[in-house]
Design a protein around this ligand. Sequence first.
Ligand SMILES: *[C@@H]1O[C@H](CO)[C@@H](O)[C@H](O)[C@H]1NC(C)=O
Ligand SMILES: *[C@@H]1O[C@H](CO)[C@@H](O)[C@H](O)[C@H]1NC(C)=O
Ligand SMILES: *[C@@H]1O[C@H](CO)[C@@H](O)[C@H](O)[C@H]1NC(C)=O
Ligand SMILES: *[C@@H]1O[C@H](CO)[C@@H](O)[C@H](O)[C@H]1NC(C)=O
Length: 295
Amino acid sequence: MSGSKEEPRRVSGDWREFFWNARTHELLGRTATSWGLVLLFYLVFYLFLAGMFAFTMYIMLLTLDDYKPTWQDRLLTPGMMIRPKGDQLEIRYSVSDTESWEDFVQNLNTFLSCKKLLRPSAYWENFQPLNADCPPDQYFIQEDSGEVRNNPKRSCQFNRTMLGDCSGLEDRFYGYSKGQPCILIKLNRVIGMLPGKDGQSPYVSCGAKNEDSEKIGPLAYFPDNGTFNLMYYPYYGKKAQVNYTQPLVAVKFLNASLNTDINVECKVVSNTLQAGSERDRFAGRVSFKLRINNQ
Ligand SMILES: *[C@@H]1O[C@H](CO)[C@@H](O)[C@H](O)[C@H]1NC(C)=O
Ligand SMILES: *[C@@H]1O[C@H](CO)[C@@H](O)[C@H](O)[C@H]1NC(C)=O
Ligand SMILES: *[C@@H]1O[C@H](CO)[C@@H](O)[C@H](O)[C@H]1NC(C)=O
Ligand SMILES: *[C@@H]1O[C@H](CO)[C@@H](O)[C@H](O)[C@H]1NC(C)=O
């Protein structure tokens, strides 16, 4: 009985002694010298780790090149994106309801003329004459010769007029007001990519998924044949090719069925790029939903 009262006090007494043992001058069971050695060990250890890290980083940075990526995924087919782009890849509007398509038109205007507020986009007409008038259907190669950089590199003209009926210059509503909407397609930039051989430019081909094929109607492509001309490649990167104007392909739906959802898929056809594989279903293709209502 009395033992059970004794126990807790002894335990707490042991603990206190372990924390600070006045007899041996040990703190938590170690003497000051012992603690000093432990701290010294960790100090040296962490300094060593930090040094390792800094050294590795330094070596890495030495091998980096400002102008091109040192590490690039071996990808090869870039993704595609459409404009106008909302929260979802969906173009849904009513022809008679101006407000329902205003945003799409505004989105295209912004994309083609001013990127950020008051900052002109690359497609702005006045920029293009400064770019090179390149010979079409061949690569515009501007390699560095050894250590001598050939920078800045020139870029080829992509005139807005090349988007024809989808340029927004003649029809400033891009066909939306007539139930013949345009969408713009771009292929993501990949430095050094060569998207075609034998003078064959890659081109965009759009179609409807399975059961919607009756509804999509005829399409018109701009520039002709929906090509991303070879002259816009290879891309050398933002820093080397400051005024690069990414080529676009416009697709106009000339007579799509009204009041029904149409699942559209566009893909790039090229004799060097693989179509989307199992591993990356978004490579070289983009899908979106189109619905044009008439009331
Ligand atoms: C890029 O465009 C600017 C004008 O915006 C021009 O002054 C400059 O010379 C151009 N650079 C190249 C390499 O074409
Ligand atoms: C782009 O337009 C300019 C005139 O604005 C013209 O001189 C040039 O040839 C055009 N370039 C292409 C590639 O069509
Ligand atoms: C478009 O394709 C047709 C047939 O494949 C070809 O004859 C024509 O030259 C092409 N047009 C352009 C601008 O590449
Ligand atoms: C548009 O498609 C409808 C069927 O969906 C067809 O009846 C009509 O003739 C087509 N119009 C034109 C101009 O091709």
